[in-house]
Ligand binder design. Structure first.
Ligand code: SR1
Ligand code: MG
Length: 394
């Protein structure tokens, strides 16, 4: 039976991924096709198909019914493939330069067939190998300004906004974030993973009542503030890049939430390079500054030219809004630093540091900076204060 008429889910193999691409008339039956499963993330299968004669290539991404990072004992909804495909389409209309094209989606097989970006590299991998990607921060600032503005109440009618919030209700994936970012790292949870030498600082963190209070305030914001359609998992492993192009992938965690969550994840994942990449520290600090400056400039421009809310057009309200985004960004960045250091899902920027003492020092630094950002976010009022805080840690 054609894979286009499946009524039940089954995981693809390299052979059935080829079959699907032929059923879709993307390639002819006679094409000289190669197919390789290249998924290295936590959750999905990713097949890379290439016609060896013409060079034409595509990606077929398929959600697995469990979290690959843990195994079949952690079941996970297949509905996330639909959320991801719809988010890619929404973001693709708003920021087409920064989002891969979607060719086909199937909710039963939980697959998305999309543009092959393998001429680019995952930004985290590139950074670790020494790439600097001079345009990535400008591109991410623009992506954030456009997606966070055009999916908000300031660009949509009230009815359109509510319909979008409903379309992107994503309880299962939000629960992962609620647990792994906002809960588990702050208590002695089974999901946590950290080197035993870190135990004293981790136990001190678990006893830090002010930290736990402030994290709960941020969690409350994540749970309740439907400001914009978020990517929801915007770390440097969700970004493909080279020196000229930037593409944001994998929005399966998309939902309506506080805008600063996406910006904070970008800040934190650049901060890992600030912490570990000593020779390029200044360059990554500049990347963070550029993300915010471009975001602020382009968001303000959209606010002034496209805003549908007559009462929001006063300069004081824009200043209020940007200050609120900045405070949230700093707090969410702090949470991301902490959870990537001691929670379930780590980052290669830290774990890949070979020398044990250097690695432990980097992880302690990440935890300390994370705590400061969460607890002092109201005092860190602007970029200058933020950069000063970051520099004080060295
Ligand atoms: C079980 S999923 C673990 C992490 O991987 C994803 O990319 C998200 O960051 C999630 O928190
Ligand atoms: Mg992902």
């Amino acid at each position: 039976m054609s894979l286009l008429k499946q009524t039940t889910y089954k995981p693809l193999t390299e052979a059935s991924a080829i079959e699907l691409s032929i059923n879709l008339n993307i390639f002819s039956e006679k094409a000289n096709l190669s197919c390789k499963e290249i998924g290295d993330g936590n959750l999905n299968l990713v097949f890379h198909l290439v016609d060896q004669d013409s060079g034409k290539s595509i990606i077929i991404k398929q959600a697995l019914p469990y979290a690959k990072v843990v195994g079949e004992s952690w079941p996970l909804t297949l509905k996330r493939a639909k959320i991801e495909a719809e988010a890619l389409k929404t973001f693709g209309q708003i920021a087409p330069n920064f989002v891969p094209q979607v060719y086909y989606t199937d909710d039963v097989l939980a697959v998305t067939v999309m543009e092959d970006l393998s001429h680019l590299l995952i930004a985290r991998t590139g950074f670790i190998k020494g790439a600097t990607y001079p345009l990535i921060s400008k591109h991410l600032g623009e992506y954030l300004a456009r997606t966070l503005f055009f999916t908000s109440d300031y660009a949509l009618t009230p009815a359109e906004k509510k319909a979008k919030v409903q379309q992107f209700i994503n309880p299962e994936l939000c629960k992962i974030t609620e647990d792994l970012i906002f809960t588990d790292p702050f208590l002695d949870a089974e999901t946590n993973e950290f080197e035993s030498d870190l135990r004293p600082v981790v136990e001190a963190l678990w006893q830090d009542e002010e930290l736990k209070f402030q994290v709960t305030v941020l969690k409350r914001s994540f749970l309740t503030e439907a400001e914009s359609l978020l990517h929801g998992d915007l770390h440097t492993g969700s970004v493909f890049a080279d020196d000229f192009e930037t593409k944001v992938i994998d929005p399966e965690f998309a939902f309506y939430g506080p805008a600063g969550f996406d910006i904070g994840q970008v800040f934190a994942n650049l901060l890992f390079q600030v912490i570990v990449n000593v020779p390029k520290r200044e360059l990554f600090i500049t990347h963070i500054e550029t993300v915010w400056n471009v975001f602020e400039e382009q968001y303000s421009q959209l606010w002034n030219t496209e805003n549908k809310e007559p009462l929001a057009k006063t300069p004081s309200f824009l200043r209020f809004q940007l200050a609120k985004f900045f405070e949230d960004t700093i707090g969410f960045a702090g949470c991301e630093l902490i959870r990537r250091t001691i929670g379930l899902a780590h980052v290669a920027d830290l774990d890949g540091v070979e020398d044990e003492q250097t690695r432990l020092a980097a992880k302690r630094h990440s935890l300390e900076l994370g705590k400061i950002l969460v607890k002092q976010r109201k005092e860190i009022k602007d970029l200058t204060a933020f950069i000063r805080t970051v520099r004080e840690g060295f």
